[in-house]
Design a protein around this ligand. Sequence first.
Ligand code: ZN
Length: 489
Amino acid sequence: MNSKLILYNTLTRTKQEFEPINPPHVGMYVCGPTVYGDPHLGHARPAITFDLLFRYLKAEGYKVRYVRNITDVGHLEHDADEGEDKIEKKARLEQLEPMEVANYYTRRYHDAMRELNVLPPSIEPSASGHIIEQIEFTKRILDAGFAYESNGSIYFDVEKYNEKYHYGKLSGRNLDDILTNTRELDGQEDKRHSYDFALWKKASPEHIMRWPSPWSDGFPGWHMECSAMSTKYLGREFDIHGGGMDLMFPHHECEIAQSTAALGHDSARFWVHNNMITINGKKMGKSLGNFITLEEVFTGSHKLLAQAYSPMTVRFFILQAHYRSTLDFSNEALQAAEKGLDRLMKGIEALGKVKPSEVSTVKPSELAERCEAAMADDLNSPMVISALFDWVRIFNQLEEGQQKITAEDLESLRATVNRWAFDILGLRDEKAQSSAGDMVSPLVEMLLDMRMEAKAAKNWALSDQIRDKLTAIGIRVKDRKDGYDWEIE
Ligand code: ZN
């Protein structure tokens, strides 16, 4: 543990020195994705922000238990408790089992995270796998007197809670503000107040995702899973709770209220929130036509995108902004990130070719200290990147012999660069990877599959064109009855 990490705590609205409750162990809980649609740009920023923190803490020698949940049940249309479950809606439209929908999009999410070089969390619990824990947690809140039953549903009694604790302390609100900003929706007559929220909802007859409970066949309220699962895996008190700023209210506020009501005290010491990604200055939303999935980003197949952007370009773009700043996604900004990343990777490649000398004219410890200081100051990844950029010039000078370095210093410089660029920022040299021969086969096979489709559609011209072009670059295609063979000549 090299330096004192200073983290901004949303709960206290101050930067505080981070000290784990039980060092060297760190417990970190981050609200994960809801899995009823393809992973999109909005998923990338929290995933990369907390991956950065996870990687940094591990590199500093902490033993981190990182829990990130999968919301696969009870996520309703509105911030309030009414509306249709999106997983269920999708399942009905596509005639699938709801768990088929949830698992499909969970895999899609994992694939996208792997591409972005986001490490898997230590534990990835799903809400549907923790119904019993959620029922038990709800019982604790009932026993403590901060919830009430109404027609088979259980609601959190916000007013009663607020008499003893402060509902709104995370988002800096009080109950009057919340009351004036809460919409009255149909079907809320079971609640005493509009701001009360469901801990358990009785399922209507057409609701497919349902479980038995002491109160009704139904499903847990959205906020409940995080309180129940963070307590189960990290204990009554843990170090860090993270998520996007958009989750601060009501989701995290409700989590705090639930945990405090059940346990008598706060669960998380530090609340860390990443800011949002906007697109050309606007909030991303399906209705605005600027909703971009990660696959569309990686393939360039969206009308707002001038080209495809590789996963590492996206990662680098996100890390070039401080996690608490807004970040605007535009073609210009992405193209600049692509160039910047390329320059950094070329510099690191140059460093790989440097030959040691008898003396050093550079001091590798200066780079290490700059990176360390930047990161310890509330995860200032843009400053880490700018330190690395300053050194790219030096790497090139070393390669060209304008500067000198001893073998020992060279080893330490390379270790510093590996630590910061690859281990902590989590970058990957995509060019070095894609130049490898193992990319050829999938590409040839993709073209030949397209040729089979062309043949099936009797598009002989296209089929011949694909074969001829492959022959021209030295790939011989042999047709078989049920497919094809190919070889490089
Ligand atoms: Zn949560």
